[in-house]
Design a protein. Structure first.
Length: 169
């Protein structure tokens, strides 16, 4: 598996949650397992497990190659060994994994991985122009958006946990 990135959290909130996890490890672990990680997985699935519509190439759109060398290599290698035109196997969208690591001393992290090193070029940091044009989303952009939303959710979960403790639940 190839790590795409990790969900980023506000360090102050994360520090408070980690401190609470030392006192109430089961409660914090349950909050992360039942709310935060499933939320991240759901949002990732909605964004990154969706394929853009297939288009008729080259009729519906011209490919914008990164270079003439790349274009020549594509045709010389029969579509980089995948055939021309490429037929989707749907393995790419099934290759995503959202993993959460936990430890008794506090929260671990939520990490997004992909089975293929090609993710870097299809949706990753080195996304090729033609993949963006044809509708593949950016994994970095999705991770940033989901991180912000997960951070809000973590803060809300933290506040609920404090309320539960103060009310004796």
């Amino acid at each position: 598996m190839y790590a795409v990135g990790a969900v980023a959290f506000d360090l102050d909130i994360l520090r408070e949650v980690r401190e609470a996890a030392q006192v109430l490890p089961e409660r914090v672990d349950r909050m992360v397992r039942r709310d935060i990680r499933p939320f991240v997985s759901h949002e990732w699935d909605k964004t990154m497990r969706q394929e853009p519509p297939e288009r008729s190439w080259p009729d519906e759109y011209p490919l914008e190659w990164e270079s003439e060398r790349q274009r020549r290599a594509y045709f010389a290698t029969d579509g980089f060994g995948k055939g021309i035109p490429y037929r989707r196997t749907h393995a790419f969208v099934r290759g995503w994994h959202v993993l959460a690591g936990y430890s008794p001393s506090g929260l671990g992290e939520i990490v997004v991985t992909h089975d293929s090193d090609k993710e870097l070029f299809i949706t990753g940091r080195r996304q090729q122009r033609f993949h963006a044009i044809t509708g593949w989303p950016s994994s970095a952009g999705a991770l940033q958006r989901i991180s912000l939303e997960a951070n809000d959710r973590l803060e809300q979960g933290w506040l609920r946990l404090i309320d539960d403790i103060l009310e004796g639940r």
